[in-house]
Design a protein around this ligand. Structure first.
Ligand SMILES: C[S@@+](CC[C@H](N)C(=O)[O-])C[C@H]1O[C@@H](n2cnc3c(N)ncnc32)[C@H](O)[C@@H]1O
Ligand code: SF4
Length: 393
């Protein structure tokens, strides 16, 4: 393909996206945490000694200069730990964001929080500003696993924060957990799931611990000072999660996400359905008009860049129709809903069958996906989802 043809193809993706575009969703990144967890490779930094006000001013300027979608279908405030700051700072930057969009009380508005970072007062600030969903990083109900994970909260803090969120009238609460932590037993994970379900949260996210390059855990494991749990045990935990939660009415709608029907996270579903989103803040990513834009990750460089240029985009990737179709298939396959190839073809004007039929046949023959009205992961495929995605890329 010649560069000229590629350019045409890319602008075709942009035109397709503009045509079909509902307003993009809005993501705002708050990169501060009380401490940096040793397994975490998100763009987050210990808050002590950071210029929080300087960051929030840069964020407001970026939103003004680039322009925030006025009527985003969903709003997600993530991090980092958006609730790590004092209540008045929390109120100030929530108002900064909300003042730039049209009010809509029915819009899903999620804020991530750590149990130790919450107070009744902060919950009241969130509630007053229309937060509909609190995503609480519980991670474990066992203090020794919380200690392994380097978390600053204890199990009783989760209970307290959860009760405050419920008493404070936050409509939906999600709990995040991490399993396959070194030395965790199947019995402990079973107890964690049982306890979580007994609280009746609206949503559960359960992630297997991953050792990400660049993290303290990664270095420790490489040096032989930490061991992953046995692969067979991790698989048993993965299977137990599905069985236990399904039985309790939480359907797996994505590899690591479970909810009763109607309580899925709409913001994340938007990502998996390849819908557009606008991301603001250090390291935030946007997907707009078929183009992926990534912001500067470092806090000082982010603020300087916004000051000088009104934005901090350091990487732009224009997708071809084939790239965009491939992504839609890979992302859709992560979900229970799967992906309708006819819909991908209609959107991007290409034949996904021509591109992927051989791969599809191989995966169907291996019992990893099913190919009926839609393409979906088969029962055996869920735990191998990353490898399956790689086949399409
Ligand atoms: C960006 S964090 C933000 C939430 C909040 N700061 C917290 O830590 O509770 C989102 C979630 O990603 C998960 N996570 C982060 N790093 C992980 C890793 N290496 N392995 C598995 N899950 C991870 C955790 O469950 C965490 O709640
Ligand atoms: S896991 Fe959450 S609290 Fe820990 S460093 Fe990452 S973003 Fe911060």
């Amino acid at each position: 393909m010649t560069p000229r043809r590629l350019d045409n193809d890319r602008s075709a993706v942009a035109a397709i996206h503009r045509q079909q575009q509902a307003e993009p969703s809005l993501y705002v990144h708050i990169p501060f945490c009380e401490t940096k967890c040793p397994y975490c490779d998100f763009n987050s930094y210990r808050v002590a000694g950071r210029d929080v006000d300087g960051y929030l001013s840069a964020l407001a300027r970026e939103m003004d200069q680039r322009g925030v979608p006025r009527n985003p279908p969903t709003l997600f405030l993530g991090g980092g730990t958006p609730t790590v700051v004092e209540p008045d700072t929390l109120a100030r930057y929530l108002d900064d964001i909300l003042g730039r969009i049209q009010p809509d009380p029915t819009r899903e508005f999620t804020v991530e929080a750590n149990p130790g970072s919450l107070t009744r007062e902060k919950i009241a600030v969130l509630k007053e500003r229309g937060v509909t969903r609190l995503s609480l990083g519980a991670q474990s109900f066992f203090d020794h696993h919380l200690a392994t994970l380097g978390r600053v909260h204890a199990a009783r803090d989760i209970e307290e924060a959860y009760a405050w969120a419920r008493d404070g009238g936050i409509p939906e609460v999600n709990l995040d957990f991490i399993y396959a932590v070194p030395k965790m037993t199947l019995r402990e994970w079973n107890e964690t799931l049982a306890r979580a379900v007994s609280w009746a949260p609206d949503h559960l996210s359960c992630y297997a611990l991953t050792f990400e390059p660049g993290t303290e855990f990664f270095t420790k494991r490489r040096a032989g000072r930490m061991r992953s749990i046995d692969e067979g045990l991790e698989l048993a935990m993965f299977r137990l999660t599905h069985r236990r939660l399904d039985h309790a009415g939480y359907k797996r709608y994505e590899i690591s996400n479970f909810a009763p029907a109607g309580y899925e996270c709409k913001h994340n579903l938007g990502y998996w359905r390849n819908r557009p989103y606008a991301g603001f803040g250090a390291g935030a990513v946007s997907y707009l008009d078929g183009e992926r834009l990534s912001n500067e990750r470092g806090l000082a460089r982010y603020a300087t860049s916004v000051g000088e240029h009104g934005h901090a985009v350091v990487e732009r990737e224009a997708l071809t129709t084939e790239d965009a179709a491939r992504e839609m298939v890979v992302l859709g396959l992560r979900t229970q809903h799967g992906v309708d190839l006819a819909e991908v073809d209609a959107r991007y004007g290409i034949s996904t069958r021509a591109l992927f039929q051989q791969t599809i046949d191989k995966l169907v023959a291996g019992d990893l996906i099913t190919d009926t009205d839609r393409l979906r992961l088969a029962r055996r495929g869920w735990r191998l989802a990353d490898g399956i995605s790689a086949e399409f890329v």
